[in-house]
Design a protein around this ligand. Structure first.
Ligand SMILES: CC(C)(COP(=O)(O)OP(=O)(O)OC[C@H]1O[C@@H](n2cnc3c(N)ncnc32)[C@H](O)[C@@H]1OP(=O)(O)O)[C@@H](O)C(=O)NCCC(=O)NCCS
Length: 195
C-alpha cells in the first residue's frame, strides 16, 4: 500500500490517543510490503496500549513470560524506547482489537566493519489460531526489510532445530563453519539485569 509520509503521520495521529506511544516511528514501516489492512490485519510498532490487546499473553505462546503487570510492561517499554535499537513489531487483528503476532529486531552497534550495525531477529510468534496463514513469514520478512532499511550488514537468529526449515524458506542460511549457537545459562538473575 503506497502512502505519503504526511498521510501516514496524520493517520497515526488520528488513531492514537495522548497516552498511546509507538516504540519507534511507524513511518519506518512505510512502503514495506506489510500493510494488510484489506484483510483487517495491520503490521505496526508495539504500542503502550498493547498490554490490553493481549501482547503479553501472545508472548506466553513463545516461552515462559511470568506475571507482568502493566507498570512493569510500561517501564520496560519506555526503557527500550529510550535505549533505542529495539524494534518490536506486532500484527493487530483490527476486527477484534487483538495483537496476534509479534517479532523483534534488535540492532547492535559494532566497531567492526567500519562501525557497522548488526541485526538480531528475536521472539517471532503467531497466535495459535492464526498459524499457517503466512503471518510468520510476514513478520520475518518485515523485520528483514526493516534491518535493510536501517542499514544492518547482517541479520542473525537462534532457533530450535525444528524451526530451521521455517527460517531457511525465508532466506536464512546455516553458513559452513559458522552455524553454531552457544549459550551460557546464568543461574541467578541479578537485580541489575532486571533494569
Ligand atoms: C514458527 C511460527 C512463527 C510460524 O508462524 P506461521 O504463521 O504459522 O507460519 P507461516 O504460515 O508464515 O509459514 C510460512 C512458511 O513456513 C512453513 N513453516 C511454518 N512453520 C514451520 C515449521 N515449524 N517447520 C517448517 N516449516 C514451517 C510454512 O509451511 C510456510 O511454507 P510455505 O510458504 O511454503 O507455505 C509459529 O508456528 C509460532 O508462533 N510458533 C511458536 C513460537 C515459536 O516457536 N517461534 C519461533 C521462535 S525461534
Amino acid at each position: 500500500m503506497m502512502r505519503t509520509k504526511k498521510a501516514s503521520a496524520s493517520r497515526n495521529a488520528a488513531i492514537m490517543s495522548d497516552d498511546e506511544h509507538d516504540l519507534f516511528p511507524a513511518n519506518l514501516l512505510d512502503r514495506l510490503p506489510n500493510q494488510r489492512q484489506e484483510n483487517g490485519l495491520l503490521v505496526r510498532p508495539l504500542r503502550t496500549t498493547d498490554y490490553d490487546k493481549g501482547f503479553i499473553q501472545l508472548l506466553g505462546q513463545l516461552t515462559d513470560v511470568g506475571h507482568i503487570g502493566r507498570d512493569q510492561f510500561l517501564n520496560r517499554f519506555h526503557s527500550m524506547k529510550s535505549a533505542g535499537g529495539h524494534y518490536v513489531i506486532v500484527v493487530e487483528d483490527l476486527e477484534v482489537g487483538k495483537v496476534i503476532g509479534s517479532s523483534t529486531l534488535v540492532v547492535e552497534q559494532k566497531f567492526i566493519h567500519n562501525c557497522a550495525l548488526k541485526g538480531r531477529l528475536e521472539d517471532v510468534v503467531v497466535n495459535t489460531t492464526y498459524r499457517g496463514k503466512q503471518l510468520g513469514k510476514l513478520l520475518v520478512t518485515t523485520i528483514a526489510q526493516l534491518a535493510k532499511r536501517l542499514q544492518c550488514y547482517k541479520l542473525s537468529l537462534d532457533c530450535r532445530d525444528r524451526l530451521i526449515p521455517f527460517y531457511e524458506i525465508l532466506g536464512f542460511k546455516r553458513e559452513p563453519g559458522n552455524a553454531n549457537a552457544m549459550n551460557m545459562r546464568i543461574e541467578a538473575i541479578s537485580e541489575q539485569s532486571r533494569l
